[in-house]
Design a protein around this ligand. Sequence first.
Ligand code: NAD
Length: 487
Amino acid sequence: QHLNQQNLASIDNQISKPSFNRSMLKTGMVHIGVGGFHRAHQAYYLQELATKTNQYDWGLCGIGLREEDRNISTILKKQDQLYSLLIKHPNGTIEPHIIGAIVDYKFAIEDPQSVIDKLAHEDTKIVSLTITEGGYNFNPSTGEFDFENSIIQEELKHPKNPKSVYGFLAAALQKRRDNKLPAFTILSCDNIEHNGDVTKKMLLAFTQKLNPELADWIEKEVRFPNSMVDRITPVTTAEDISFLAKNHDLIDDWPVTCEPFIQWVIEDKFSNGRPALEQVGVQFVPDVKPYEKMKLRLLNAGHSVLGILGAIHGYQTINECIDDPLFNTFLKQFMDKEATPVLDAVKGIDLDTYKQSLLDRFANPNIKDSVSRICSESAAKLPKFLIPTIKENLDNDGNIALSTLVIAAWCFYSDKQTDLNNKPLEVIDSQKVVLQNSAQIAPLSFIQQKAIFGDLSKSERFTSLYEVMAKELYNNRGVKKQMQKLV
Ligand code: NAD
């Protein structure tokens, strides 16, 4: 059977289904960037809320701003915004859920006005975002808004014709202000340190140029809570789709898979009300920074460490990497000797337990998270996840060798785009050409890219170590030999 509202009642009862009346859900939350992660995380929490508390104000409307969202837009429409979430346990069990918390979807490429109207609707209390690290439009080395972006330049000339997330947010907030409606909260759920503060700074920079009065109103009225999100959500595979067809006679064109672990920590500051998500396990805290730093520097950086070294060694998945005792030890030592010494204490969290849980989660053989997904957009990720750890350790005379090997491996990866046995790698990065060009000049040029590394190459200690490591990799001495030397 095809997944849609009409068939819901007759779909296999082994699948958990929405028990609430979807037609009564108001779209209190509008979400921009309905990728896999949003569907595994925020939508899952809101489904739990509707199921357990019978509150009907907090359904979701999804929004896609880019051509790449056409597919999800078409599929969700066909399926009445329903989709399956497959929670994959380490023992091989797969727990299927049908998620019904999304009840509407707007695709900006086809109907931009409907997006503005939805955002400006009085039911919309929160606008949440997962637009990837690259979607925030800041220059990674200066942290300032990138006005060079041609889309932004176009929008500033034609504000009635928005294209970027900032253009749409500004147009909608202007409309709310004109209609004397309260502002919404903007809740970033991307893996960016101080994601709310960054969103605020970028939106204010954009609106200052557009209309300073609007910028002042936003500064006064809109809250941007920082948040820390966690649930490993790999890219959906053809096997996931056929699993549902074979085992549950269900045709879902785009299910999502994820691990059982889920976490959301949010600063409790909202402009216009919020769902009682604490009733379904979300933590509201006064300051999220120590939690997010811990997660970005251990989980996300740990993923990049495994992904980049694993890619050039020739591994395909994260669990394959962690099953290799050398990678396992390397990761543990990276976390203990380089990442942890520059972390702050995190209230209520035992770091040793947290690190062990990461090793267990990475090892989930059922998740098969691809190294290509983990390595994607490294140019946006590493300046947040890994490079600050190196810089802080340099300032404190701490260890840097393990992280430095990852940077040398990343140079090789960007340059050759093959593993060490010359097998081509799938490199996904909006900076792919820039990265390759600089790496091809010389490994030193790679780390002199200021937008990514800032002035890291000025450190004699880092640069000399890096150059030796890069040379060894280029002489094809094998990444494992070098890892072995360091652990
Ligand atoms: P995805 O590729 O499935 O979806 C990405 C979404 O972001 C798409 O809707 C896309 O259109 C949108 N997007 C990309 N660039 C944009 C831009 N410039 N402007 C507006 N929208 C843009 O990816 P995903 O797995 O859903 O991950 C999205 C983000 O969620 C990650 O980048 C990360 O910050 C966060 N996250 C993901 C995971 C995970 O395990 N997948 C875990 C924690 C956090």
